[in-house]
Write a protein that binds this ligand. Structure first.
Ligand SMILES: Nc1ncnc2c1ncn2[C@@H]1O[C@H](COP(=O)(O)OP(=O)(O)O)[C@@H](O)[C@H]1O
Ligand SMILES: O=P(O)(O)OC[C@H]1O[C@](O)(COP(=O)(O)O)[C@@H](O)[C@@H]1O
Ligand SMILES: [Mg+2]
Length: 344
């Protein structure tokens, strides 16, 4: 069997470890041939790929990013035409591949499902720092992002306390508040604002004042997709991504001056940005990613295509793509209630 591996969407710490796990199991144990397309579907379209074997994956588990590269280049239009599918199959035949291992988040696994529905053999490896993918408890990359964000909170707290300032930290996550929720809880933030639960400007400022009244300086964590209940507007940067979606980011720079002008407390904004996506994966993410790769290779051997290797408790289990895509995994109310109790 010959398998094509590729990554799609934003990179996520642990991608290298996942490829290594899949290759060591797939090539060395199951006797597969494996190739890795460079920069996701771009490499598939343009015939740019590398052989994946033991030497190719040597020593890569601790490395951030992904050595194959990733992109948001689409495999075909949103709903592939018969002509596009015919061309797709021709390409597969040209490369001699029988199936795919697709490493990606909700967007990528949506593509996995579309391909599966057209009879293409695909197994999915869930990744995303956002942790917003259904069918898995955690995605690799998330723990690393949370660790970086927690460290940023600890650092902002000391300078904030020294100057009696309110510090606002913006983290990623798109329409899900998981990174903010976990980092905020780990770092003991006085306020954690997430997209799932809009709050009003007055309420946010009341909380900041009450923190000051008890002699502390507020550390506010805000997820990039948060909106005030009063305005309901998502803050975006200029430009769109490859899918035409607005680029999120900048809410901290909107909130900070509002807090400062309404409360009179000097306030500073920090946008953590891609720092939380770069660098070496945590041990948790390396282990999760490696196990995901191993499970994906075993699924291919067993012919269990059409599934994603998701984490359920402490086991990696195969989850049909239909259970993973179509909706986002967002923060449920009871998890928000746990942190909201401590606001202010
Ligand atoms: N609904 C969709 N239909 C078809 N292709 C999609 C869809 N959503 C995403 N994609 C493709 O998958 C790529 C990766 O999706 P994206 O959401 O950016 O990352 P992730 O897979 O990490 O969530 C997109 O650039 C696009 O090519
Ligand atoms: O790298 P870009 O294009 O700036 O994308 C930023 C987005 O990618 C992410 O880091 C990860 O999202 P995906 O895993 O869905 O690609 C989001 O948290 C963020 O909004
Ligand atoms: Mg995503």
């Amino acid at each position: 069997m010959r398998i094509g591996v590729l990554c799609s969407g934003g990179d996520s710490p642990g991608m290298n470890a996942a490829i290594r796990g899949a290759v060591l199991r797939g090539v060395d144990v199951h006797g597969f041939e494996m190739i890795g397309f460079i920069d996701g579907w771009r490499g598939f379209h343009e015939g740019e790929f590398v052989q994946l074997d033991r030497p190719a994956v040597r020593g890569i588990s601790p490395l951030g990013g992904v050595f194959l590269g990733t992109s948001r280049v689409p495999p075909f239009g949103t709903i592939p035409t018969d002509e596009e599918m015919r061309e797709f199959r021709e390409k597969m035949a040209e490369y001699g591949i029988d199936g795919f291992m697709l490493i990606g988040g909700n967007g990528t696994q949506t593509v996995s499902k579309i391909l599966s529905d057209h009879g293409i053999q695909v197994v999915g490896l869930p990744k995303t720092i956002d942790n917003d993918l259904c069918g898995t408890d955690y995605t690799f990359g998330f723990d690393t992002a949370v660790s970086v964000a927690s460290e940023a909170i600890d650092r902002l707290r000391t300078t904030g306390e020294s100057h009696s300032r309110c510090m606002v930290l913006e983290v990623m996550g798109r329409d899900a508040g998981w990174i903010a929720l976990h980092a905020g809880m780990a770092g003991g933030a006085q306020l954690t604002l997430i997209p799932e639960f809009p709050e009003s400007i007055d309420q946010v400022c009341d909380w900041v004042m009450s923190v000051r009244d008890r002699g502390r300086s507020s550390l506010v964590v805000v997820a990039e997709g948060f909106t005030f209940s009063d305005t309901g507007e998502t803050v975006t940067r200029e430009g769109v991504d490859e899918m035409g979606r607005p680029r999120l980011g900048g809410i901290a720079e909107v909130i900070a001056p509002i807090i400062e002008s309404r409360t009179g407390i000097e306030t500073r904004a920090t946008v953590l940005g891609h720092v939380q996506r770069g660098g070496s994966p945590t041990a948790f993410d390396r282990v999760l990613a490696t196990r995901t790769g191993i499970a994906a290779a075993d699924a291919a051997l067993a012919g269990k295509w059409g599934n994603m290797a998701g984490l359920r408790g402490d086991r990696i289990e195969l989850v049909p793509f239909a259970e993973a895509v179509g909706k986002l995994k967002t923060v449920p109310e009871e998890r928000y209630a746990e942190v909201r109790l401590n606001f202010g």
